[in-house]
Design a binder for this molecule. Structure first.
Ligand SMILES: [Zn+2]
Length: 360
């Protein structure tokens, strides 16, 4: 075990020395290996707290989604969840009651417990790069000039990495320059465009939270709300213009499935006694027992609230401006009340959206 830690330290040191996000070709490999390494050794890293803090504070990009364990279980995030657990429980239970019938219909199931095992056909049409770029440019030009500016700034600064290795796109930042950058998974489909619009939503949020970027990325319950709102606006635009409609409906359904599987988990989680909720091992066992082994509470909460509220805002655009003016980090019942958001409004907005997409 000691050997493993030493091996990891020397590898991380090598990666730190060699990393530069300006050297595109090499950087991606480094990010990739570091991600693999740290998820592999997350247990060991967690025990080596001194070293862990040292590298966390000394290197520009180690702050990114590298420290899986830290991100999976940020303490203040989870304590906040426990503090609000009654609210989460009632809120989710109203949402599930209000939309359960529609969800059963959409995914052809009798019991909502089966939602977790449903799958959506994710076949997508091939679109070449040139076409995707002009589609993206047109979209920004006519609908989101601010996003266009951010996009151009990122392109000029070489702050967009393309990846065809990890099936995931994400945004992170360099803690020395405090500049965000993104990695986009490319598969020559409309998903490339969705990913770009989503990640630019994160960049905009990061600019907004400039003084507290670390908190925003690593702790905020609401970090997925604004990107999901942007994603939903793109869906509406493509559907209204009859562009790649089937692909978009599929993507929406995938999000719907993940979101509501998450809502059900949140409801269950919030129903647990606080004593058990504080026991990390208990929670892991509780959920690994009947769901997939890779269950991540932080992701479940942020993505579920993200899609839930992001979709809601796309149907209630007058509220997004007020929302973005507030500095939301941790979940707070008062924040939602101030916005006039309640479970009934959310259910109504979803019904509207589902009818618009001909899903019900
Ligand atoms: Zn995101």
């Amino acid at each position: 075990m000691k050997n493993d830690v030493n091996k990891l330290k020397s590898q991380i040191e090598f990666l730190c020395k060699n990393f530069s996000y300006y050297k595109k070709e090499h950087s991606f490999d480094l990010i990739y290996s570091l991600r693999n390494l740290t998820s592999l050794y997350s247990d060991l890293l967690n025990e080596e707290l001194v070293y862990y803090n040292k590298i966390k504070s000394c290197h520009p990009f180690l702050i990114m989604k590298v420290y899986y364990r830290d991100i999976k279980y940020p303490k203040c995030f989870f304590n906040n969840f426990i503090y609000n657990k009654e609210f989460h429980k009632n809120f989710m239970s109203n949402i599930i009651d209000g939309l359960g019938y529609s969800l059963k219909e959409i995914f052809s199931i009798d019991n909502l417990e089966n939602l977790a095992s449903c799958e959506v056909d994710e076949l997508t049409s091939f679109i070449d790069n040139k076409k995707l770029n002009s589609l993206l440019f047109n979209y920004f030009e006519n609908n989101d000039k601010e996003a266009l500016n951010i996009y151009q700034e990122l392109v000029n600064d070489n702050r967009i990495f393309e990846s065809d290795e990890i099936r995931c796109s994400y945004t992170t930042y360099d803690i020395i320059n405090r500049l965000p950058f993104m990695v986009i998974f490319k598969d020559n489909s409309i998903f490339d465009m969705i990913a770009m619009v989503h990640e630019i939503g994160h960049i905009k949020d990061i600019y907004r939270y400039n003084n507290k970027i670390y908190d925003y990325i690593n702790k905020s319950t609401f970090s997925e709300v604004f990107p999901m709102y942007k994603e939903n606006r793109l869906y509406d635009y493509l559907i209204n213009n009859n562009l790649y409609k089937n692909d978009i409906i599929n993507s929406f359904k995938v999000n719907l499935l993940d979101c509501f599987t998450g809502c059900i988990l949140i409801e269950k989680l919030a129903s647990l006694n606080s004593y058990y909720l504080k026991n990390r091992r208990y929670i892991q066992n509780f959920f690994n027992y009947d769901s997939n082994a890779d269950f991540n509470i932080f992701d479940t909460i942020t993505y579920s609230y993200g899609f839930l509220l992001g979709t809601y805002f796309s149907e209630n655009e007058d509220k997004i401006e007020y929302y973005t003016k507030q500095k939301y980090f941790l979940f707070n019942k008062r924040d939602l009340d101030n916005l006039g958001i309640n479970s009934k409004d959310i259910v109504d907005s979803y019904q509207k959206k589902l009818r618009k997409y001909n899903l019900i």
